[in-house]
Ligand binder design. Structure first.
Ligand SMILES: O=C(O)CCC(=O)C(=O)O
Ligand SMILES: [Fe+2]
Length: 347
């Protein structure tokens, strides 16, 4: 088996006849079953929109912290919007206690686990955006004079990605033996999360010695995630054959890397795989500093987490259950599931 995330030309799905669509859908589902990840090329997002999104992201992160902090991530873990400064969020593979799973609060055990995880900070900053109509998770924008055009572009980009996600949902459904539109009853596009990420330039030693991470190994909580990365490199996914070993995912310009999140793994009765991934030192360290300090340059990525409405009941999908594979998970609402996961990332 190749140790590379498969690359699939998505125009064969969008433009194909029924037979071709089914073939591509099965290839995508195979990639999700084996790797949990697939690279989609020739997808419907124009390269100019992706480049613009990266430009806007850089404009935002280039602002002084005092300006970025005018759009602060609200305290706590229940609302995921606005700016998170370096060290605020710690992504990890922690799992919540039973209490966290039922009401989205944390208890002493969870708090102790979080405190330990936060000792090795993620050296990243992020900015989260949702639908403007989502009243439970209201957007937090910088004052308009700071970045004219930013809000308009980002809200448009959010919906461009939401439509692309709909095509991926079609492929996913077909690929696992459901009707093409089966998952549409669980999808409005309103509850996704667009996340701009910036990993500042950092001394290599800090990452090599494990004093900090860029993002430590984790699985996403989404149904699936769409990711665009710049050309810096450093993203790694866990090997499908050797647990604990991570393989490099080389950036492919304008391609969309799609991965299954924990919600879809549970929903598909673990037929599709949610794979651990992390961001560390890029394989080709780029020396940017004078003197004896080896550093790696800044990295930007854009993630789009796709999920269902909060009240959707996530119950093992019918095509993923048979006598040999009875349902492993009890039904749960997306809200309960999400809160339990979120409760462990923010102190
Ligand atoms: O920055 C990246 O390439 C990965 C980001 C990621 O895994 C996440 O935000 O969940
Ligand atoms: Fe992730």
């Amino acid at each position: 088996m190749s140790a590379q995330v498969p690359i699939i030309d998505f125009s064969r799905f969008i433009g194909g006849d029924a037979g071709a669509r089914l073939d591509v859908a099965k290839e995508i589902a195979d990639a999700f079953r084996t790797y949990g990840f697939v690279h989609l090329t020739n997808h419907p997002i124009p390269p100019s929109s992706i480049s613009m999104a990266f430009r806007q992201s850089k404009l935002f992160f280039d602002l002084p912290v005092s300006s970025k902090s005018k759009a602060p991530h609200p305290p706590g873990f229940k609302v995921h919007r606005g700016y998170s400064h370096i060290g605020l969020e710690k992504i990890s593979n922690l799992t919540a206690s039973t209490n966290g799973f039922t009401n989205g609060t944390t208890n002493g055990t969870d708090d102790a686990k979080k405190a330990v995880a936060h000792q090795i900070p993620d050296l990243k900053e992020s900015y989260d955006i949702g639908s403007e109509h989502n009243v439970e998770q209201p957007n937090v924008w910088p004052p308009p004079n700071l970045l004219p055009g930013y809000r308009g572009f980002m809200t448009g980009f959010y919906w461009t990605l939401a439509e692309f996600a709909r095509e991926i949902l079609r492929a996913l459904a077909l690929g696992i033996g459901l009707e093409e539109e089966h998952l549409f009853k669980f999808y409005e596009g309103e509850h996704n999360q667009l996340r701009l990420l910036h990993y500042p330039e950092v001394e290599a030693r800090i990452l090599e010695e494990g004093c900090a991470t860029r993002i430590s190994a984790h699985c996403d909580w989404s149904a699936f995630t769409m990711l665009f990365q710049d050309d810096c490199g450093g993203l790694e996914v866990e090997s499908p054959t050797t647990p604990g070993k991570f393989i490099t995912v080389e950036p492919i310009e304008h391609a969309c890397l799609v991965n299954i999140g924990d919600l879809m793994a549970r929903w598909s009765n673990d037929f599709l795989k949610s794979t651990s991934h992390r961001v560390g030192l890029p394989p080709l360290l780029q020396n940017r500093c004078a003197g004896d300090k080896r550093t790696t340059r800044s990295r930007y990525s854009i993630a789009y987490f796709v999920t269902t409405p909060p009240d959707a009941i996530i119950e093992c999908l019918p095509s993923c259950i048979d006598e040999a594979h009875p349902a492993k998970y009890a039904p749960i609402t997306q809200r309960e599931y999400n809160l339990a996961k979120a409760s462990l990332s923010y102190l």
